[in-house]
Design a protein around this ligand. Structure first.
Ligand SMILES: [Zn+2]
Length: 408
């Protein structure tokens, strides 16, 4: 469905790795079983008219497997085209709503995006045409006991793939059509983020439209009961999935925009001079009260033996009445000597990657010497602030138009 650069959502985290194709991880989400069951039931209701139940369900089961296989072909097309264009592809995940291809999309041009997005529906159309040919010619080429069921299954698969191609080319993110729209707008407006915002808005409208269509199918009884309920369920869940994915994609792109070309210096103006570990907590507390520069969450500590520590600003409050309480900042702080470090001039993408492991604190160095430490929460807050400032700065034109102050 989607050729994306976003991180896996919760749903995808459950997916099981099943294969590895030239370094591209292929994963199955448990919900793909539900897809196979739903498609089997849907196809069987059609086959039961002309075939014995056992034959009908066998045909429907094979049809469902082919649906999953052609969905995979669609995703593989995205992945191989992306790799062909020098982008790093991580994984393909198949799930109830089709599939998701994860790749590192930063660095791709509008032209790359257009080609990578368009190749998926193209492959689905080719699959549709191939199954159509099989459906047309097998009744003449094979004995009817085999030819008839093969033609029936191939016929449904043909239509399924054509529908998949048509649905995916609907211009709303995160569908392929949304990416095609975004790439074209990007070429036209020369503003990637604005193009993305428009395609995300279209994706949200599409998502809510699908939910409404699901409700409509049930409310009007437009389809027989079982296909109607299955159809409504798939429409509504797909709609919610698309609207969420569109929103997530926008946030991800905005964050990427904020990270690109910035370093830690843009995030933290100055790090306070590290404190000696022997400094009494009472003294530390007094300094905090008088120091306006200390807006971070941590103060770095230097031990006499060269170890580096960090102490939370909020924790620096001497308890004079407790004889067991720590007396110096060194006793209160934690050792961060062994924690991962990052240079103050490193790109912010690198900083965010440092927090991908279990580490919640990172040491910041300059020319190899520790000058401070940052917590994950602190970094997330600073990035959110930058993201909000940026999207506010990018929006005044819209607001002005909405208020009618800008004449057309
Ligand atoms: Zn696709």
């Amino acid at each position: 469905m989607a050729a994306g650069g976003y991180r896996p959502c919760l749903m995808l985290a459950r997916a099981v790795r099943v294969a590895d194709i030239r370094g591209i991880e292929v994963r199955l989400d448990p919900s793909v079983v539900l897809l196979a069951v739903l498609v089997t039931v849907l196809f069987a209701t059609r086959f039961l008219d002309g075939f014995a139940p056992a034959v009908a369900f066998t045909m429907a089961g094979i049809g469902a497997l082919l649906v999953v296989a052609t969905t995979f072909a669609h995703e593989l097309a995205h992945a191989l085209e992306a790799r062909h264009r020098g982008l790093e592809v991580e994984s393909i995940t198949l799930l109830l709503f089709g599939g998701v291809t994860e790749m590192h999309a930063s660095g791709q041009s509008a032209r790359d995006e257009l080609a990578i997005a368009a190749v998926g529906p193209y492959v689905s159309l080719v699959c549709g045409a191939a199954f159509g040919l099989v459906a047309t010619f097998t009744p003449d080429l094979l004995p009817s006991a085999i030819g008839q069921p093969v033609a029936e299954v191939a016929g449904l698969l043909g239509w399924w793939n054509v529908l998949l191609a048509v649905f995916n080319i609907v211009p709303g993110a995160p569908l392929d059509g949304g990416r095609v729209l975004r790439a074209l707008l990007w070429m036209l407006l020369r503003d990637r983020l604005r193009a993305l915002r428009i395609s995300v808005r279209a994706g949200q409208v599409l998502g809510f439209g699908l939910v409404a269509a699901g409700v409509w199918v049930v409310a009007t009884g437009a389809l027989p009961l079982i296909p109607g309920l299955i159809g409504a369920f798939v429409l509504a869940t797909t709609g919610v999935f698309i609207a969420n994915a569109a929103q997530r994609e926008l946030r991800h792109a905005e964050l990427d925009e904020v990270l690109t070309g910035r370093t830690i210096r843009d995030l933290v103006a100055t790090f306070p001079t590290p404190w000696p570990a022997e400094r009494p907590l009472t003294d530390g507390h007094a300094r905090l009260v008088g120091d306006d520069d200390l807006d971070g969450e941590l103060v770095t500590i230097e031990h006499a033996d060269g170890r580096i520590g960090a102490v939370e600003v909020a924790a620096i409050d001497a308890d004079a009445h407790d004889p067991d309480a720590p007396r110096t900042v060194g006793e209160l702080g934690t050792d961060v000597t062994e924690l991962p470090s990052i240079d103050v001039d490193a790109d912010l993408h690198e900083l965010v990657d440092t927090f991908q492991g279990d580490h919640r604190i990172v040491r910041v160095t300059r020319e190899g010497l520790t000058i401070g430490a940052l917590t994950e929460r602190e970094v997330a807050r600073a990035l959110e602030r930058l993201r909000r400032d940026r999207s506010r700065a990018a929006r005044p034109a819209d607001d002005e138009v909405a208020r009618g102050e800008v004449p057309m």
